[in-house]
Design a protein around this ligand. Structure first.
Ligand SMILES: NC(=O)c1ccc[n+]([C@@H]2O[C@H](COP(=O)([O-])OP(=O)(O)OC[C@H]3O[C@@H](n4cnc5c(N)ncnc54)[C@H](O)[C@@H]3O)[C@@H](O)[C@H]2O)c1
Length: 256
């Protein structure tokens, strides 16, 4: 059977672990040729080794790093069909405890990183007259939030605005631009940066009864990267187990 991304060249940024690793694994299963980029060199190399992918240590907040990652794909494979800008940080910090430097770092990775990835990938994609730009947004920011997510929410709402603008500007080049809004996905970062009470409260808030997996999110990215999504641009898909649905705090209360 031919994979859904057979012959496609994909760059996944933030691919060493978590959701990004899930995306890289799913794309590899479907036949994509992969370049992985991440700030974590050791974990990134390990993931790339598992998937027979190229790896470049990258800080996506720096334009030169974004350009270097795109250059690896173009030099090695002659083209770039798909970029997924998934790298993101989510320190858990009240606004009153957030310094201007804390704020700037979250903006730099999550939001400028999206711009850097798009700007760098635009060069080969415009030349080819085709491309898929994909971004990891979140339900946090565009739809919901909780205390401690001021900077993070601002970046993810910002990514959705950027997706719409980029989709419009690049529509004449054969490039589509879309994103995924994950709900709460069980990854290393969630376990590192959120406590057990937070994770339990999220589980209780999810109608499908569990946190999502990286593969749940990766499947939606695969769709947006595939030929089936050719007519979709400027939008985001929510992958949240129904978390956005309840109107009240307890959706398990039923009519008598
Ligand atoms: N886990 C969730 O519940 C959830 C929900 C919604 C959105 N997201 C988003 O999904 C993405 C991945 O999150 P995750 O939970 O897998 O986190 P994670 O920390 O496990 O993975 C993020 C990856 O990005 C890399 N990274 C961080 N800063 C970078 C930089 N400056 N340059 C390059 N790479 C960098 C990290 O090294 C890591 O490998 C993020 O954008 C996050 O905001 C996560």
């Amino acid at each position: 059977m031919v994979g859904r991304l057979e012959g496609k060249v994909a760059l996944v940024v933030g691919a060493a672990r978590g959701i990004g690793k899930g995306i890289a694994e799913r794309f590899a299963e479907e036949g994509a040729r992969l370049v992985l980029a991440d700030a974590l060199a050791e974990a990134g190399q390990a993931t790339a080794g598992e998937l027979d992918a190229l790896f470049l240590r990258t800080d996506i907040s720096k334009m030169e790093d974004a350009e270097a990652a795109v250059a690896v794909a173009v030099e090695r494979f002659g083209r770039l069909d798909i970029i997924v800008q998934n790298a993101g940080i989510y320190p858990w910090q009240l606004i009153e405890d957030t310094s201007p430097d804390d704020w700037d770092r979250v903006m730099a990775v999550n939001l400028r990183g999206a711009f850097n990835g798009a700007r760098a990938a635009l060069v080969p994609m415009k030349k080819q007259g085709s491309g898929r730009m994909l971004f990891t947004s979140s339900i946090t920011g565009p739809h919901v939030t909780s205390p401690g997510h001021g900077h993070y929410s601002a970046t993810k709402a910002g990514i959705n605005g950027f997706i719409r603008s980029a989709a419009l500007e690049f529509s004449g080049y054969g490039i589509t631009v879309n994103g995924i809004e994950p709900g709460n996905i069980l990854t290393e970062a969630i376990l590192e940066h959120r406590d057990a009470a937070f994770i339990k409260s999220m589980e209780d808030a999810i109608p499908l009864g569990r946190l999502g997996s990286p593969r749940d999110v990766a499947n939606a990215f695969l769709f947006l990267a595939s030929d089936e999504a050719a007519y979709i641009t400027g939008t985001t898909i929510v992958v949240d187990g129904g978390q956005l649905l309840p109107e009240g705090a307890d959706f398990r209360i039923l009519p008598k």
